[in-house]
Design a protein around this ligand. Structure first.
Ligand code: ACO
Length: 329
């Protein structure tokens, strides 16, 4: 690898959200819950649910195509494709390879990242390191999740929280002042049992012992909440300090959208006003790895990301994993 001195610029964004909406009122008819409980405990009003035929890659492809179009990059010019997902089409080929075929790219490396809800921030860090090393110039980073397939629709503790969605960014090597300044990604596997999704080699799939719930999400929500707030705030503080910034310098925080109370608690801990925290959890719930890029897309569309702004991304998820990235827009 050669050091290019290049940095990563987010050159184009795209999203794709299923059209089917599942409201809290509809959930009231499915499990013992209420609109009032969901809204006050999570901030969520509704979420999107993918159609039966949809997969992580088919959901991702229109988002990737929009990001490429907006960046002015042709699929054949991509030299890296990374997909963050915990709900891949299948164990292999990777969802990134399915996306590569779907958008008509060829030859470049394509692989998935599994870091649950932190997947996009993990992916951004990986892509940024490829670009800094001079190993990529035009990269596609996608986050695509269909959590409705791994949610237990009889478990009110989890089914009200999640939704489906995809987003993509094209990242170009640049010498411009608009670039990813730095990132930090972290994990602590000793907390693995707080939040799990099945479907892997630990799930029983033999006909004799088939457990129809083995691939469902299981979460100790209350404990996860506390670790999430502490670690999200800590990783943001150290990333800002290591780069010579304070919370006052940040124009907008784009946090993982799991729970509005987590977002408010992180703001309080960082001493950042709540109006600098971008929030769209009420519309989509927790779309896992896709929340941060969907929020980034919507923030840009709403004119909340201006050239020169210091933007802080932060995420947290199963693993446990967490991470943060600092971007000069
Ligand atoms: N409707 C009504 N009541 C409910 C519901 C529901 N949908 N869900 C739980 N309850 C009940 C519980 O049974 C409990 O009742 P009890 O007191 O009689 O036992 C009560 O509400 C309180 O439960 P808590 O778990 O203490 O509620 P809390 O305020 O912690 O909120 C929540 C739960 C929303 C899950 C919250 O803990 C949370 O957001 N946790 C973090 C989630 C997260 O960030 N995950 C990481 C990313 S996800 C990923 O990586 C895949």
């Amino acid at each position: 690898m050669t050091h290019s001195g290049k940095r990563s610029r987010i050159a184009g964004l795209g999203i794709n959200l299923p059209s089917k909406i599942l409201t809290n009122a509809q959930l009231e008819k499915m499990v013992d819950t209420s609109d009032e409980w969901i809204l006050t405990r999570t901030g969520i009003r509704e979420r999107r649910i993918a159609d039966d035929g949809e997969t992580a890659s088919t959901l991702a492809i229109p988002a990737a195509q929009e990001a490429l179009r907006r960046a002015g990059v042709a699929p054949e010019d991509l030299d890296l494709i990374v997909c963050a997902t915990s709900t891949p089409d299948m164990s292999f080929p990777s969802t990134a390879c399915h996306i590569q075929r779907g958008i008509g790219a060829k030859g470049c490396p394509a692989f998935d990242i599994l870091a649950a809800c932190s997947g996009f921030v993990y992916g951004l860090s990986v892509v940024d390191n490829f670009i800094r090393a001079g190993s990529a110039k035009n990269a596609l980073l996608v986050a695509s999740e269909i959590f409705s397939r791994i949610v237990d629709w009889e478990d009110r503790n989890t089914c009200v929280l999640f939704g489906d969605g995809a987003a993509a960014v094209v990242i170009k090597a640049t010498e411009s002042s608009s670039h990813v300044i730095d990132s930090r990604i972290r994990a602590d596997g000793s907390y693995a049992d707080l939040l799990t999704g099945g479907g892997g080699s630990a799930s029983i799939v033999s006909a004799k012992q088939f457990d129809p719930k083995s691939h469902f999400i299981k979460m100790k929500g209350n404990q996860t909440f506390k670790v999430a707030v502490t670690n999200m705030a800590e990783v943001c503080s150290s990333l800002l300090a290591d780069n010579g910034y304070t919370a006052n310098d940040v124009a907008l925080v784009i946090p993982h959208q799991a729970n509005i109370r987590i977002i408010h608690a992180v703001a309080k801990s960082l001493n950042i006003p709540e109006d600098k925290m971008y929030i769209n959890v009420h519309r989509y719930g927790n779309t896992s790895a896709a929340t941060v890029p969907i929020a980034m897309y919507e923030a840009q569309e709403e004119g909340r990301l201006k050239k020169g702004d210091l933007v802080l991304l932060v995420a947290f998820g199963g693993g446990l994993t967490w991470g943060s990235a600092l971007v000069r827009w």
